[in-house]
Ligand binder design. Structure first.
Ligand SMILES: [Zn+2]
Length: 251
């Protein structure tokens, strides 16, 4: 069990929808950016079906939700948000999505990749995980291993100048096997402020009580006042293997 490991130099956070990072990891992101980490968000969709308002169009709700997500990101110190503009509700972990994520990882070159849990299907006795969440998580992990580090996968990316890169660590949120906790008690108000930016989704709902309840429950697992938990995986040696050393194919 690890509590508050050193913040990464650069972290990339990949999720399906605007508001996903804010429900799950925005506290950790606030801690990291406050410590000087550079963090970017990659959203696979712009949430273009996320409205029940009569007369709303997919284009208008997507544009609105992008504005909301950029504000939410700014509230926790994230300077860049990338939208891949897949359709909300029908996201699939395709090779196209994997390639797009490899391109963003090779461009930004994160040390840590943060994403959801692709095998988390059922939570408790009342929540089925959104299929888009699983798809985004699967695509992100399939981009991390092994595609992002292999020059001959997606050779067109190499031709465009996106050099291979190794991601050192993966942090999976909402996992059933949590091994790492980040104390968010000093930044919980910033997490709540980020969530409040999603006005098209929240309407008059105040997330304060729920956020504090979740964070308190997670913190209690390890004696912290409020925390976010992860399954942290340390993947990569710092240096890529030489040609001579790479007889073993990663399969
Ligand atoms: Zn979502």
């Amino acid at each position: 069990m690890v509590i508050n490991p050193d913040p990464p130099k650069k972290a990339m956070v990949v999720f399906a929808h605007p508001d996903d990072p804010d429900f799950s990891v925005a506290g950790t992101v606030a801690v990291w950016t406050q410590a000087g980490s550079e963090v970017v968000y990659v959203l696979c969709t712009s949430g273009n079906v996320g409205s029940h308002e009569p007369g709303m169009t997919r284009e208008r709700i997507a544009a609105l939700r992008e504005v909301e997500q950029r504000a939410a990101a700014a509230a926790v110190g994230v300077k860049e948000v990338i939208f891949l503009h897949h359709d909300d509700g029908t996201l699939q972990p395709t090779l196209e999505l994997r390639r797009e994520l490899v391109r963003e990882m090779r461009r930004f070159r994160p040390n840590v990749l943060v994403c959801g849990d692709p095998v988390a299907f059922l939570y408790g006795d009342s929540y089925i995980n959104h299929p888009d969440h699983r798809a985004a998580a699967q695509a992100a992990l399939e981009a991390v291993f092994p595609a992002v580090s292999m020059p001959l996968v997606f050779p067109d990316l190499l031709q465009e100048g996106f050099e291979p890169h190794r991601v050192n660590e993966v942090w999976v949120t909402d996992s059933t096997t949590t091994n790492t906790y980040v104390d968010i008690s000093q930044v919980v108000d910033r997490k709540i402020a980020a969530l409040r930016c999603h006005t098209s989704q929240m309407e008059n709902w105040d997330p304060t009580e729920m956020v504090k309840k979740w964070a308190t429950e997670t913190g209690q697992e390890v004696g912290l006042p409020m925390a976010e938990g992860y399954r942290r995986m340390i993947l990569a040696r710092e240096e890529p293997p030489t040609v001579e050393a790479s007889n073993e194919s990663p399969g």
